[in-house]
Design a protein around this ligand. Sequence first.
Ligand code: CA
Length: 228
Amino acid sequence: MAANILIVEDETSILELIALNLQQAGFNPIRAINAEYADNIVKETVPDLIVLDWMLPGMNGIEFLKRLRGNSLTKKIPVIMLTAKSEEDNKIMGLNAGADDYLTKPFSPRELVARIKALLRGRSPELIDEPITISELNLNPQTHQVQVDDKLIKVGPTEFKLLHFFMKNTEIVFSRNQIINKIWGNNYDVDERTVDVHIKRLRKNLAEVGKNKLIHTIRGFGYKFSEK
Ligand code: CA
């Protein structure tokens, strides 16, 4: 699931530049050209993060930030403030008002994306779907592809979830019950045997590229994903 990121910026060229870069980074950008408009959007859907310009016509960024922080529904949304002002006291004012991070214009879009990822990683890591490569095995959560070099491996949806989970949690032994909770959730009636069936399928998929040994059976406990 892509993170919804609200961009509040009155300069349309900057707004579009940010939106484009966020989209390329796998996020879902939501555009607002002023704080009043952003306020209406936030009332409908709470975004996962807000990139907020300081100088806005009408309600300015700081006023909007204070409004967000004063509302129980929005007070925890991570906010990165943008400003042309580089003075230290403005930075302190922004952070005092509750901004989580701060970028001075002109900034590089790559830097902004890196800061967004850092904030989301701390708050909601599940929203960052970055490709992972371990021992030449590459998994891309956005394209749902698994490959080694140019060779694509066919993997079913459950096996994909399993592999993604393992690759994000290498070297950790998981019991079959823990795997059930992580992959199927508590609401499903799945028994431990089902886990073994899907692990077997996943190993078969990985065997096509000689990577089946990455999944280790830990006798009496469960499974782990390890390069060793
Ligand atoms: Ca502005």
